[in-house]
Ligand binder design. Structure first.
Ligand code: ZN
Length: 278
């Protein structure tokens, strides 16, 4: 039974990759929610499976034999191998829990270092969000969540975009803050850390990041004309990426996918610059 939990957990984490073409047919918000739910449930079931498998061995190791026997009766044998399998399960559980903790710590650290201090750049408080313009040669735009949220834009980006394109970028970043996308991005980081040597699983994290960006892209489109503004801003950013000026959080593949979606499906009006936070 515990092996079934582990396999189901891995399957749920992989499911967004297996079903990505079907998921992409959904509205971006539904796509994002379904992907995040599958991954989150998959990690929880995986950890439960490893815990069930390791519990009898761990309990016997500390002398609680009655509870160990009860676990064995309830959950059944973890897998062939007895105590060896139990210890392997305990090790795997420890690895998963520790990797997820490291991922969350990495996100917190990145959030801290990307928060702009009051003395740097220009600050303007609008609707509770600190809009910051920083001096930089890179066309940067990202959102920093937290009790004092920020939207940070470089002066290079401001000068390279038209006012309408810049407004679209700001709506995109505002969407990240308003929808609390840091939760999905933290989850993606956890998957990338836990399965760092497992490309198929990491693909699910990449698709979750893409879904998050597409939700924000769609939120940035408020009028018919905005579609062109969003697309043009994305194309300009992608061009910068190609020539190596932007080590962006958003990968080149993700941006190209979003441009393709923008041009292929009118209801998938997506695109934009986004460093976000990783
Ligand atoms: Zn974004």
């Amino acid at each position: 039974m515990t092996a079934v939990f582990v396999l189901v957990g891995l399957g749920l984490v992989t499911l967004p990759t297996v079903q990505h073409r079907r998921l992409e047919q959904l509205a971006p918000q539904e796509w994002c929610r379904a992907t995040a739910t599958s991954i989150r449930a998959g990690l929880a079931v995986l950890q439960l499976g490893l815990l069930f498998g390791a519990a009898p061995t761990l309990l016997r190791a500390v002398g609680i034999h009655d509870a160990a026997d009860a676990c064995h009766r309830i959950f059944g044998p973890a897998a062939p191998g007895g105590a060896v399998t139990g210890w392997l399960g305990a090790g795997a559980l420890g690895y998963v829990v520790h990797a997820r903790w490291r991922a969350r710590r990495h996100v917190r650290h990145t959030t801290e270092v990307t928060t702009i201090e009051p003395w740097l750049g220009t600050h303007q408080l609008t609707d509770g969000v600190d809009h910051v313009t920083i001096p930089s040669d890179r066309p940067l735009a990202y959102a920093v969540p937290g009790p004092s949220p920020q939207i940070v834009v470089s002066d290079r980006l401001r000068t390279s975009l038209t006012p309408d394109e810049l407004a679209a970028v700001l709506r995109h970043e505002t969407s990240h803050l308003r929808r609390g996308h840091h939760r999905e991005l933290t989850l993606a980081c956890e998957v990338e850390t836990v399965f760092s040597r497992w490309p198929q699983m990491r693909r699910s994290a990449a698709l979750l990041r893409l879904a998050v960006e597409r939700v924000a892209d769609e939120d940035a489109i408020t009028t018919t004309e905005d579609r062109a503004h969003v697309r043009d801003a994305l194309v300009k950013t992608a061009t910068s990426l190609v020539i190596g000026a932007v080590p962006a959080f958003t990968s080149a593949a993700t941006i190209l996918h979003r441009i393709a979606a923008l041009e292929a499906a009118p209801h998938h009006l997506l695109g934009l610059v986004s460093i976000c936070f990783d």
